[in-house]
Design a protein around this ligand. Sequence first.
Ligand SMILES: [Zn+2]
Ligand SMILES: [Zn+2]
Length: 240
Amino acid sequence: MNLPSWLVAIVDLIFPRHCCICDKFLKNSRFLHLCDYCESQLCWITEPVCSSCGRPFAGDVSTRVCLECRVNPPRFNKAMSLWMFQGVAREIIHKLKYKSGEYILPDIGAMISKNQAMVELISQGVLVPVPIHWRRFFSRGYNQSELIAKVLCKIAQNSTMKNLLVKKRHNRSQTELGPEARVENVIDSFAMRKNVDLPKNTKLIVVDDVMTTGATVNECVKQLNDRGYFDVSVVTLARD
Ligand SMILES: [Zn+2]
Ligand SMILES: [Zn+2]
């Protein structure tokens, strides 16, 4: 929710705001819960990036696809993220995921809305949040990927969100595992809901908070592919 600046000023007098990262008192900051200094420490992903996985590109830019994607092509068409998963970005996502940090979503929305390429991508399709298991949903109270997808829907008014996927298995958190174990951990842990009546050529955009090895999103895309949906992209807040 974007409050008018005069109302923010009044609310600030009664309930002073602090930066959610460094706790500095916030006055005239560009964001509601992030100071300008902490925002400046975010490592934004900018061109040149791999046209497939979206990672910053260090190699021969004429090919536009990184070596890793050429050797091991991902199942999705294209992935796009706002930040590298480090420093302030890591802390923001940790708060969003584990510390009831939903209050920071309007700031995240304001940042996403400045990324024209991302807004264009999410405007073209149906957003599909990566699901969490119902046990985790009841302990956390929300699915952070669904909250991010709702923010994306507000920014790109043509887009819609559909919970097409379910998490079948309550497996170990990916954060505890190495790259190979992550792939094994997510195999067959997602499924696509029955009775989905979207045309097979619908552009789907899987939404998650962070992409590290890509094992989770690849497994989600596999479920969509198995049901005949092949135009699938990925949007995450951050990536490794
Ligand atoms: Zn700060
Ligand atoms: Zn790549």
